[in-house]
Design a binder for this molecule. Sequence first.
Ligand code: FMN
Length: 492
Amino acid sequence: MTRLYLSNDTSARAAGADRLAQAWAHVPDVELVRTSSRGAFFLEPLVERDRPGGRMAWPNAKPEDLPNILAWVGGTPVDDIPFLADQRRATFENFGITRPLSLEEYQRRGGLKGLERAVSLAPDAIVQELKRSQLRGRGGAAFPVWTKWQVAKDQAAEQKYVVANADEGDAGTYCDRMIMEGEPFRLIEGMLICAKAIGATRGYIYCRQEYPAAAQTLREALTIAERAGLLAVEGIPVHLDVFLGAGSYVCGEETALLESLEGRRGVVRAKPPYPALSGLYEKPTIVSNVLTFATVPSILARGGAWHASLGTDQSRGTMTLQVGGRVKQPGLVEIPFGATLAEVIERFGGGMAPGARFKAVQVGGPLGSLFPASGLDIPICYDAFARAGAILGHGGIVVYDDATDMLDLARHFMAFTADESCGKCTPCRIGSVRGREILEQLQAGRGRSGDLDLLADLSETMKAASLCALGQRAPYPVLTAIEHFPGEFRKN
Ligand SMILES: Cc1cc2nc3c(=O)[nH]c(=O)nc-3n(C[C@H](O)[C@H](O)[C@H](O)COP(=O)(O)O)c2cc1C
């Protein structure tokens, strides 16, 4: 029997993996194993086969390639694919290798070691390990994880909650989805470690409703974990459930998410109090990003010092980037913090797609700043981005080519915020609409002198007075587009 590996990740399936699976379903002596994805989407569907010393891969495989694969013709050693070999994977180390719902394979490759260690430690010691690791939240705000855990742990409450933020609304990001579809036990393990540290007995995974495969895989994984007796800490059951999101970008904001979880419209709450003190049903709640939770098991298993040894001064560990847009090689990249944006686009993204010329790159989703070619030497770390008034966000990197109309792009971002604003605070609710109108007028050739000053003034108000980062950050892509491409805004 020849065993072939093929990803079952949504992106691999979109690239044709299911077509191969159907075509090869009844081939005698061929066993097709559906795995997670390596995240090299430009190579999907990627078929792999075991060989002593490491797997061989057949990128962009087609149904008619099977005879070659069976005859070992035309393959490449996986370890020789530069996109993968040049990464330093920790959280995604098993991706493309294991089956998402095999708890046994997860354990064989080091899974559950972090939880085992956490169970042997006092809550304080777990928090100290997180402190040593210097892990910062990967959902966007980059807040030190241990601080939140400490606050929630120190509260005396009969009920505490742990909530995974799986709303993943930033355009061009998908690493949370890949974790949920590809290694759900890693997320569950991270949540259980957190539950043990803070004393929570209930938790939710607030999963973006546009991720049906992720939600389904998670539900199955929770059933398997339950049957294996995993969903308990020191004999006390920990109930974890999947909750489908409300289909709104702002529901990714932690307090709007909690409102939505409680069954109301996803409207932002004023902070403080922060969720670690008063969150779900006003109880101490840790809301953390999926990637943050998924990073925790290795920290407990390998030690906080191991995590802190990677990266730069203020940004420790690895950063998971999702490189997309007009690059040759779109995909998921996990590397220690510190490489420059140019290196990531060239070395991993493979440079520009054929025929395309670089114009700008947006980092950090729809609230992220735009960088022109002259800004690409910025290192990928929280402090350098903060100094530049930019954000790394959830690691989305979207490259635009020179066919992009920057005025239209700026209008699109303001329109996005106007659509997605929860409406609670005036600067965001009204400001985004007025901002969109100014840009629409410019686009229609009806701009007036002073419009750009008005937009700058409006932006200052939104940044200073909005209740959450949606309104506070919405002006950034617009202002950086105007700053770097002023000619496109003065043509009227
Ligand atoms: C408009 C808006 C959308 C957000 N969307 C997400 C999201 O989809 N996923 C996420 O983890 N954090 C999102 N955040 C950040 C959360 O409010 C919060 O900081 C995060 O879940 C905390 O987890 P972390 O500490 O692991 O980063 C969003 C924030 C804002 C203002």
